[in-house]
Design a protein. Structure first.
Length: 163
């Protein structure tokens, strides 16, 4: 039996839809179930010399992004013992310059937008420069006081924590 052109088109559309659904299901974006505080603790377990300093809330978030649309769902800061605090005058507890911070977003896309914004800000104002690493919905910001090799350890650890 011959199919009508309409039935052939419908069959082709259904097949294409199933193919897209199958491919989308196989290529999920990296994600995590950890919040920012848990992520800092996990970085320490990965062997990084970090100490949790601040777990942010909506009332003490300096960027006022916590819980906002496209903002992070959690944020925590840490110190890195390799940063010499005497070389960072005026820094206060929670400043990225003393170690870093972790920001966890609802989506990987929101994390990418944030990382790009941080990069653009640093290009315009060099004193804002820092290392930043993104994997899935997580942005890890790291002090520019660290040597590049030391800062890259965060990228490796992040890759192991966000799958």
């Amino acid at each position: 039996m011959f199919k009508t052109p309409q039935k052939r088109r419908m069959g082709t559309a259904i097949s294409a839809g199933l193919l897209i659904f199958t491919i989308a299901g196989c290529t999920s974006a990296p994600t995590t179930t950890m919040n920012a505080t848990q992520m800092v603790e996990a970085l320490a377990r990965q062997g990084l010399p970090v100490t949790l300093t601040v777990t942010y809330t909506a009332s003490n978030d300096p960027n006022k992004l916590l819980g906002k649309p496209n903002g992070y769902t959690s944020k925590a800061s840490f110190t890195d013992e390799r940063v010499d605090a005497t070389k960072v005058p005026g820094a206060k507890q929670g400043d990225v310059s003393l170690g870093g911070s972790v920001e966890v977003f609802a989506t990987a896309g929101d994390a990418e937008v944030r990382a790009n914004l941080l990069k653009e800000s640093a290009e315009k104002v060099p004193t804002l420069a820092e290392y930043s690493y993104v994997k899935g919905p997580v942005v890890v910001r790291v002090s520019k006081e660290l040597m590049p090799m030391d800062a890259q350890e965060y990228e490796g650890a992040l890759g192991k924590l966000v799958k």
